[in-house]
Ligand binder design. Structure first.
Ligand code: NAD
Ligand code: UDP
Length: 400
């Protein structure tokens, strides 16, 4: 009898408990749904990386890129990461942006060091791409003493590092070492026509002394060096207000503001798309050639032609206006790339219109960004073949 009552009480208790649980679940359904949504959001926010090639320890290199958060450096980071190398960026973010490389932060092959290369850096690496230096005239003229320091003391520090760890160093030199050239097109054997005492001299002369340092370290210390004389380069991730002709003209055309030509517009430049430059830099680094080499696109335009071309590509109604010329502005510039063709089997592939259209698309999106959380991220072509690319929610620009 007692036993039967006990069973009844137990059954009643179980039924009550069950009813309670059902009531609790019903009452908290909203909370459970909210929790599920949060878990989904957190999962979606988790960083996804594109597939990188697997390299064994024999082929995988540890590569330092100074200035890797800048325009050119960030594209180089992408390429070397995708190739499967370990990449370390040292940058002080003077003109670079974390945003350019944030898609790699947290990846096991990637490291970002907030470092001013005017101070020594002690790490273990196999190769150094030494790119740290402001590159656009307004940026390098903003703090000319610092520009001289980064290219002189900074380069000494990087050469010192290369000597200590027996790494190969590629120095990002510039067509500015030819100054306002009297020889056209410019061959590497031309010594240049540089004003040592003018607004551009902080950049031109410090790049020249950096080349001389590379030569001295190679000769005296046996360091393996490569010197790329880079000609005007453009593409996505250029800084909006770097004041260079490509970004200025595109932004002016997009906003229907007057397109400002400095001087009469008869000065010439030859423009290379950034992916061509990256191909050239990697080919030079891994070549046997240790003398300076031009890396640029010989397709030459007057600045006036360039202004109208950009206006047409944007489809803008902007006026083209003429302003005072800038001091020591080189009148003509075009690389002779015979050396790069024969030693590296390299030449630019991207046509100006194609490269400009990609850059215009990038700047168009850049203008749409209205708050910090919005991203205008550029992902290169190779990522389209990556299995993860569809999961990258921040993508706005995918190169097509
Ligand atoms: P950029 O300004 O976008 O990038 C330069 C990077 O160097 C930035 O990330 C900046 O923060 C970093 N930097 C500057 N000073 C530093 C310091 N003291 N310590 C650490 N980091 C520092 O310029 P870019 O167009 O990417 O140019 C890269 C390199 O290529 C430069 O050396 C430049 O002289 C050379 N170059 C570029 C062009 C071109 O058309 N873009 C042409 C010729 C040469
Ligand atoms: N330039 C111009 N308008 C601008 C910016 C630049 O006419 O808004 C000219 C500049 O005077 C130079 C050329 O465009 O002749 C390239 O300038 P940039 O600053 O891009 O690079 P540079 O080759 O002079 O280092």
């Amino acid at each position: 009898m007692i036993y039967k009552n006990y069973n009844d009480i137990l059954s009643i208790l179980i039924i009550f408990t069950f009813i309670n649980i059902v009531q609790i679940i019903n009452g908290h359904e909203d909370k459970i749904l909210a929790l599920e949504k949060r878990i989904q959001d957190l999962e979606a926010r988790q960083q996804q990386y594109p597939e990188v090639t697997f390299l064994t320890y024999k082929d995988r290199k540890r590569i330092l890129i100074t200035g890797g958060a800048g325009f050119v450096g960030s594209h180089l980071v992408d390429r070397l990461m995708l190739q499967g190398h370990e990449v370390i960026v040292a940058d002080n973010f003077f003109t670079g942006r974390k945003r350019n490389i944030e898609h790699w932060i947290g990846h096991e092959n990637f490291e970002l060091i907030n470092h001013d290369i005017v101070n020594p850096l002690f790490i273990e690496v196999d190769q150094i791409y030494h790119l740290a230096s402001p590159a656009s005239p307004p940026h390098y003229m903003y703090n000319p003493v610092k520009t001289i320091k980064v290219n002189s003391i900074g380069t000494i520090n990087m050469l010192g590092l290369a000597r200590r760890v027996r790494a190969r160093l590629l120095f990002a030199s510039t067509s500015e070492v030819y100054g306002d050239p009297e020889v056209h097109p410019q061959k590497e054997t031309y010594f240049g026509n540089v004003n040592p005492f003018g607004p551009r001299s902080c950049y031109d002369e410090s790049k020249r002394v950096a080349e001389a340092m590379c030569y001295a370290y190679a000769k005296q210390e046996g360091i393996s060096i490569r010197i790329a004389r880079i000609f005007n380069t453009y593409g996505p991730r250029m800084h909006m207000n770097d004041g260079r002709v490509v970004s200025n003209f595109i932004l002016q055309a997009l906003q229907n503001e007057p397109i400002t030509i400095y001087g009469n517009g008869k000065q010439t430049r030859s423009f290379q798309y950034v992916s061509d430059l990256v191909d050239g830099l990697i080919a030079l680094m891994n070549s046997n050639y240790s003398m300076p080499m031009n890396i640029g696109n010989p397709d030459e335009y007057t600045i006036e032609q360039f202004a109208f071309k950009i206006r047409d590509l944007v489809g803008s109604q902007a006026k083209v206006i003429y302003r005072d010329p800038v001091i020591d502005d080189p009148k003509q510039r075009r690389p002779d790339i015979t050396l790069a063709k024969s030693w590296l089997n390299w030449e630019p592939k991207v046509l100006l219109n194609d490269g400009l259209n990609k850059t215009i698309a990038y700047f168009r999106n850049e203008l749409l960004v209205k708050q910090h959380s919005e991203r205008n991220v550029f992902f290169p072509n190779e990522w389209l073949h990556s299995s993860n690319v569809n999961t990258m929610k921040t993508t706005k620009n995918i190169e097509l």
